[in-house]
Design a binder for this molecule. Structure first.
Ligand SMILES: NC(=O)c1ccc[n+]([C@@H]2O[C@H](COP(=O)([O-])OP(=O)(O)OC[C@H]3O[C@@H](n4cnc5c(N)ncnc54)[C@H](OP(=O)(O)O)[C@@H]3O)[C@@H](O)[C@H]2O)c1
Length: 285
């Protein structure tokens, strides 16, 4: 039986696909481009075009599990619900998703499910923040000194795999966090040497500075500045506003309190190792 991965070519999807393939199970990737690296099979699928929802089931009638990466819009359920209905009618028995309203709907429909609620990704530093670090030696955010248990996408993929292939489906939601708390900030000249030594191992800008051998700073943005940057990445104004609000809550400690929550699964991947292994992402061209 086959697992369908929507967003299959994305950061978590492709890692989940590799885990499923390595375990000897069939997997089908869906995305707008419908192109995947070997040995994977991909199919065109677009959340904005319901006519494409049938494509995966036409390509493979044996799909029984779905990993669902929802579209980047605020009101996800009206878009995703017809696809869930179609998937159930085609024999899908178990799914894993990211978002709240979809969670409630899956409970209502009585299918096996797992909802993953990851905190912010380690890989954002090598993707969303990468160009500005390369060109201007800066991480930009509204997070101030707020700390995040940054999660690696390998850990998200592993949790998704475990949930999809467990003998008994968890039928619950999990927070996914990394093993260490980090702020985006830097070593500060107004703090004592000793205090900076204590803080520097948990500061993304300080870690980058050490590894790259040049000074990387954290620059605090206003909300309007950050919203404008999100929109430059092609994010809609409403979604950019929601992301900015979520980031501004980091400054108030909203992500830090996930550590120790009973529903939190803690991964093993650390920001420092990601930075060490991917230096080329931030080297000036
Ligand atoms: N970054 C973070 O810190 C963070 C934190 C928490 C949660 N999240 C959530 O994580 C999810 C992102 O997962 P990810 O990082 O694995 O994905 P990703 O790397 O952002 O890749 C997105 C995937 O979705 C596909 N896609 C984009 N638009 C699509 C559309 N309209 N219809 C169908 N497929 C589409 C893309 O392929 P094509 O371009 O070929 O379509 C790609 O395969 C999002 O739901 C996000 O909200 C992110």
């Amino acid at each position: 039986m086959t697992t369908l991965i929507t967003g299959g070519t994305g950061k978590t999807g492709i890692k989940l696909a590799r885990l499923i393939h390595a375990a000897g199970h069939p997997v089908l990737l869906a995305s707008r481009k419908g192109v995947a690296p070997s040995p994977f099979k991909a199919i065109t699928f677009d959340w904005t075009d319901p006519a494409t929802f049938e494509n995966p089931f036409k390509a493979d009638p044996n799909i029984d599990k779905v990993y669902l990466v929802a579209p980047l819009i605020l009101d996800v359920l009206p878009v995703v619900k017809p696809f869930i209905e179609l998937a159930i009618s085609k024999g899908v028995k178990r799914g894993g998703v990211y978002v709240g309203k979809v969670h409630e709907y899956l409970v209502e429909r009585g299918v096996d499910y797992t909802v993953l609620r990851p905190t912010w990704f380690i890989e954002n530093l090598g993707e969303f923040h990468a160009q500005n670090i390369r060109e201007n030696d800066e991480i930009l955010s509204v997070t101030k000194d707020g700390r995040i248990p940054l999660i690696g996408t390998d850990d998200i993929a592993k949790t998704a795999y475990d949930a999809l292939f467990a003998t008994k489906s968890p039928n619950t939601d999990y927070f996914l966090i990394g093993p260490e708390l980090y702020s985006y900030t830097e070593v500060r000249s107004d703090l004592s040497f000793e205090f900076n030594q204590l803080r520097r191992l948990s500061q993304a800008a300080a870690l980058l500075s050490e590894t790259l051998g040049r000074k990387i700073s954290h620059r605090h943005l206003t909300n309007d500045e950050e919203i404008a940057i999100f929109q430059q990445f092609g994010i809609s104004p409403e979604y950019a506003q929601m992301l900015n609000h979520a980031e501004s809550l980091i400054a108030e400690g909203i992500e830090e309190v996930l550590v120790g929550q009973s529903k939190a699964i803690t991964g093993t991947h650390k920001l420092r190792d990601f930075i060490q292994a991917n230096k080329q992402l931030w080297i000036k061209e």
